[in-house]
Design a binder for this molecule. Structure first.
Ligand SMILES: *[C@@H]1O[C@H](CO)[C@@H](O)[C@H](O)[C@H]1NC(C)=O
Ligand SMILES: *[C@@H]1O[C@H](CO)[C@@H](O)[C@H](O)[C@H]1NC(C)=O
Ligand SMILES: *[C@@H]1O[C@H](CO)[C@@H](O)[C@H](O)[C@H]1NC(C)=O
Ligand SMILES: *[C@@H]1O[C@H](CO)[C@@H](O)[C@H](O)[C@H]1NC(C)=O
Ligand SMILES: *[C@@H]1O[C@H](CO)[C@@H](O)[C@H](O)[C@H]1NC(C)=O
Ligand SMILES: [Cu+2]
Length: 658
C-alpha cells in the first residue's frame, strides 16, 4: 500500500511538474506562442531570488513571487521589445504539491508604448493549479501587463513560473494589421470566469447567471452539486459559488424562464431533478422531480405558464422520453405520453441516447408547441389531456440538424430561422443550411423556404435575436467534434431578416463550440461564453465570455451611435392583449424580446414580438398580442429603435397571467 501511494505521489508530482511545461508551449488552432528571445520582465513587487525575469527564464522551477505586502497589487509587465499582433497570454503558477500563490482575480492590459494601456481581459482564472490562459481580440502591442487582484487561498503573494504571449493563427503581420471595421460590430475585452459556463440565463436583476457542472471544468458527475457564477452587467462584479443544497448536478439540463422571471432547470446529470434559480435571492432551490429522468431534453414555457419538456435520453433510461408538463404554481409534473418522443428523433446511429436531444420547441398560439427540429420531420404538440401531436411536415430538404439553431425572430408572424447542425451528435460535417419556417395556421403544415446558405458551416453555434429582427450567429465548427476546437468557424455572421441574406461580422478570438452559450443583453449587446467542460487542464475549456457590440451601436468611425431612450412606460406588469403606452425622446418603433436561458445551442425562451403602434407626439400606444402563446408570460426586454435602427437600452416588462 505504501509503495503504491508513494508511486502515486511521484506520478502526481511528475504530472504537476512536467505536464504544464509541455502544455505551456501549446499551439492552438487560433493562436501560437511568440518566440520570447530578448524579452524582459519587470514588476513592482518581488522577493529576493524570485525576480520578474524568472517568469521568462525557461525554467519552470524558478518563478516570480510577489512580496508579502497586501497593500500593493502585484504587477508583472513583459516587454516584447517590438510590436506584435497579440491575441493571448498564458502563465503557469509556480509548481508544487501544495500549491499556493495562484492568481485568480486579475486584469490584463497591453500597450504599444508602455504608457497608454488597453484593457484586454479581466475577471477570474479557474481556482486551480493549471496553466492560465487569457485570449482576447487581436491588437498590436509591445507590452503585456498582468495585475494580480486575488489569490486562490487568499494569500498575499502570487507567483508566475513562466509566461507565453500568443499571436493569431493565421499569422497577421503587424504592419498589415487592420482592426475590424465598425460595420462588423466589435468584441469587447474578455471577461474571465471562475467556471466554464456551459449554461446561462439573463435575470431580471440584469445579472447573467452561468453554471457548469459538479466541477468548474468537467462534466461527468451526477454528484449533486453545481458551480454557479454570476456576472452583474452594471457593476461587472463576478461572484461564484457551489450549489449543493439542491443535490442537483445541473449539467446539460432543460432551461426555461417562468412567469416570475425565475430560471427553471430540469434534469441533466442528476436526471429527474428540477431546480429553480430565483434572482430575488440569488440562490437555487428544489422543485418536484420529473416523472422521467432526462438529460439533453428541451424545455419551454408555454402560453398558460406551464413548462413542457420532451426528449433527453442522455440521462436516465434510454428511450421513451415522451412529453411531460410542469405546473409551476402547483409544483407538479404530469405525463403527456401522447406527445410522442418518436416524432422528434433524428436518425442518429446511436439511437435515442443521441437522437432525442435538444429539440427546437416553439410554444405558439392556442397552447400548441411547434417542434422545428433538429429532426427533419416537424411536429405540432398539443398538451391537452394526456397530450397529442399533429403532422408538421418536413423542414424542406434539410438534413437532421443536431446542435444547429432555431430562432423565432417574429413570433406573431411565426417566422423561425434555422441554421446549420449535423446529421449526428458528433464526428460528422456540419451544414451551412438555413431555412425560414413560416408557421401560418397552428396545427397546419407550415411553409418552409430555403434561404441562402450561411458563409460557414456550423454545429454547436448559438443564434441570438437582435431588437431589429436580425439574428447573429456565433461560433460553431464546420466539422462537428465535441470537446475540440479544430475546424472552428471563427467568423460570425448576421442574418438580415428583411433581405434574408447573410453578412460576415467580427470574428471570434476565442472558439465557441460544444457547450458554448450566447444571450442578448438589455443594452442590445450580445454575450458569448464558454465551450469545453472537458476536465482539468483541458485546452478546450473556455472559462470566459466576450460581449459583442452590434454594428447598430457604432458610427462609421467607430464611435458610439446616439441611442434613443425610453422615457416612460405605462406599466411594467402587463397581460396579453393589454394596451401599453411608451414615451421616448425621439421618433421610434418598438420590439419586445423575451429574456433568454440557454445551454447546448437551445434557447426556447428568446423570441421577438414587433409592436404596432399609433403615435401622439413621442407617446406611442400599442395593443399587445392577445394570445399568450405568442407573448409567453415572463420577463421581456422592450426596445425602442430610432429611425436609423439604433436600439435603446431595454426597459423590462413582465407579461403576467390573470
Ligand atoms: C531552475 O531553477 C531552479 C530554482 O531556482 C534552480 O535550482 C535550477 O538550477 C534551475 N535550473 C536550470 C537548468 O537553470
Ligand atoms: C511584415 O511586413 C513588413 C513590410 O511588408 C516586412 O518588412 C516584415 O518583414 C514583415 N514581418 C514579418 C514578421 O513577417
Ligand atoms: C396549475 O395549478 C394551479 C394550482 O393547482 C391551478 O389553479 C391551475 O389551473 C393549473 N394551471 C394549469 C394551466 O393547469
Ligand atoms: C388540443 O387537443 C384537445 C384535446 O384533443 C382539443 O380539444 C383541442 O382542440 C386541441 N387544440 C388545438 C389548438 O388543436
Ligand atoms: C479539421 O480538424 C482535424 C483535426 O481534428 C484536422 O485534421 C483537419 O485538418 C481539420 N480540417 C481543416 C480543413 O482545418
Ligand atoms: Cu453536453
Amino acid at each position: 500500500m505504501i509503495g503504491c501511494s508513494l508511486f502515486t505521489l511521484s506520478l502526481l508530482s511528475l504530472v504537476l511538474l512536467v505536464l504544464p511545461v509541455q502544455s505551456q508551449v501549446q499551439e492552438f488552432p487560433w493562436a501560437r506562442p511568440i518566440s520570447r528571445v530578448g524579452w524582459t520582465a519587470s514588476t513592482n513587487s518581488f522577493q529576493t531570488g524570485f525576480e520578474a525575469s524568472r517568469a521568462l527564464d525557461n525554467n519552470f522551477t524558478s518563478h516570480w513571487l510577489s512580496a508579502n505586502s497586501p497593500t500593493v497589487d502585484p504587477v508583472l509587465t513583459i516587454d516584447l521589445q517590438r510590436l506584435h499582433v497579440v491575441t493571448g497570454f498564458s502563465h503557469l503558477p509556480r509548481p508544487g504539491l501544495t500549491q499556493t500563490a495562484v492568481i485568480t482575480k486579475h486584469v490584463l492590459h497591453v500597450s504599444e508604448d508602455g504608457s497608454l494601456w488597453t484593457l484586454v481581459a479581466q475577471g477570474f482564472y479557474l481556482s486551480d493549479t493549471t496553466l492560465k490562459y487569457s485570449f482576447f481580440t487581436p491588437i498590436p502591442a509591445r507590452y503585456v501587463r498582468l495585475t494580480a487582484l486575488g489569490e486562490m487561498s487568499g494569500n498575499p503573494a502570487v507567483s508566475v513560473a513562466e509566461i507565453q504571449v500568443y499571436t493569431p493563427v493565421p499569422a497577421v503581420n503587424v504592419t498589415d494589421f487592420r482592426p475590424v471595421p465598425p460595420s462588423q460590430g466589435r468584441w469587447g475585452p474578455t471577461i474571465q470566469l471562475p467556471i466554464v459556463p456551459a449554461a446561462a440565463s439573463l435575470t431580471v436583476d440584469h445579472v447573467v447567471v452561468f453554471w457548469s457542472a459538479y466541477r468548474t471544468d468537467e462534466f461527468p458527475g451526477g454528484t449533486g452539486g453545481t458551480f454557479t457564477a454570476t456576472y452583474d452587467l452594471s457593476s461587472r462584479d463576478i461572484q461564484s459559488f457551489e450549489v449543493t443544497n439542491i443535490r442537483h448536478d445541473m449539467f446539460c439540463p432543460g432551461t426555461s424562464i417562468d412567469e416570475q422571471g425565475r430560471v427553471i432547470v430540469t434534469g441533466g446529470n442528476d436526471a429527474p431533478r428540477t431546480s429553480v434559480y430565483n434572482p430575488a435571492t440569488g440562490g437555487w432551490t428544489s422543485l418536484s422531480n420529473m416523472n422521467r429522468g432526462r438529460g439533453y431534453q428541451s424545455s419551454a414555457t408555454i402560453g398558460d405558464g406551464r413548462i413542457f419538456v420532451i426528449g433527453g435520453s442522455w440521462s436516465g433510461e434510454n428511450g421513451n422520453k415522451h412529453g411531460e408538463i410542469y405546473n409551476v404554481t402547483a409544483n407538479t409534473w404530469a405525463r403527456l405520453d401522447g406527445c410522442d418522443v418518436a416524432r422528434i428523433q433524428t436518425d442518429d446511429p446511436r439511437g435515442p441516447y443521441s437522437s432525442d436531444n435538444h429539440a427546437w420547441l416553439f410554444p405558439w398560439r392556442r397552447n400548441l408547441i411547434f417542434n422545428a427540429g433538429p429532426s427533419t420531420r416537424m411536429t405540432w404538440f398539443n398538451v391537452t389531456g394526456r397530450g397529442s401531436w399533429r403532422e408538421g411536415g418536413m423542414r424542406g430538404t434539410d438534413t437532421d440538424s443536431m446542435s444547429g439553431t432555431a430562432a423565432l425572430y417574429d413570433a406573431e408572424q411565426g417566422l423561425i430561422l434555422t441554421t446549420g447542425g449535423c446529421t449526428r451528435y458528433s464526428s460528422a460535417p456540419s451544414t451551412r443550411n438555413a431555412h425560414v419556417i413560416q408557421l401560418g395556421i397552428e396545427n397546419q403544415v407550415p411553409s418552409v423556404t430555403r434561404i441562402p446558405d450561411m458563409s460557414h458551416a456550423r454545429t454547436y453555434h448559438n443564434s441570438v435575436i437582435l431588437p431589429n429582427g436580425n439574428v447573429v450567429i456565433i461560433g460553431g465548427q464546420f466539422f462537428a467534434r465535441s470537446f475540440q476546437d479544430s475546424n472552428s468557424s471563427m467568423p460570425c455572421e448576421l442574418f438580415d431578416h428583411i433581405a434574408r441574406r447573410w453578412t460576415v461580422v467580427a470574428p471570434l478570438s476565442i472558439p465557441r463550440n460544444y457547450h458554448s452559450v450566447a444571450l442578448l443583453l438589455p443594452d442590445a449587446r450580445v454575450i458569448s461564453a464558454g465551450g469545453g467542460l472537458c476536465g482539468r487542464g483541458c485546452i478546450w475549456n473556455h472559462p470566459d465570455a466576450q460581449i459583442w457590440t452590434p454594428p447598430y451601436l457604432l458610427t462609421s468611425s467607430g464611435g458610439e451611435a446616439a441611442r434613443p431612450r425610453i422615457v416612460s412606460v405605462s406599466g411594467t406588469a402587463l397581460r396579453p392583449g393589454a394596451t401599453i403606452r411608451i414615451t421616448t425622446d425621439v421618433a421610434a418603433r418598438f420590439s419586445l424580446i423575451r429574456y433568454g436561458a440557454t445551454t447546448h445551442t437551445v434557447n426556447t425562451d428568446q423570441r421577438r414580438v414587433v409592436l404596432r403602434t399609433t403615435a401622439s407626439g413621442l407617446t406611442y400606444t400599442a395593443t399587445l398580442p392577445a394570445d399568450a402563446g405568442i407573448l409567453i408570460p415572463g420577463p421581456w426586454m422592450l426596445f425602442a429603435l430610432n429611425e436609423a435602427g439604433v436600439p435603446s437600452i431595454a426597459t423590462t416588462i413582465r407579461i403576467v397571467l390573470g
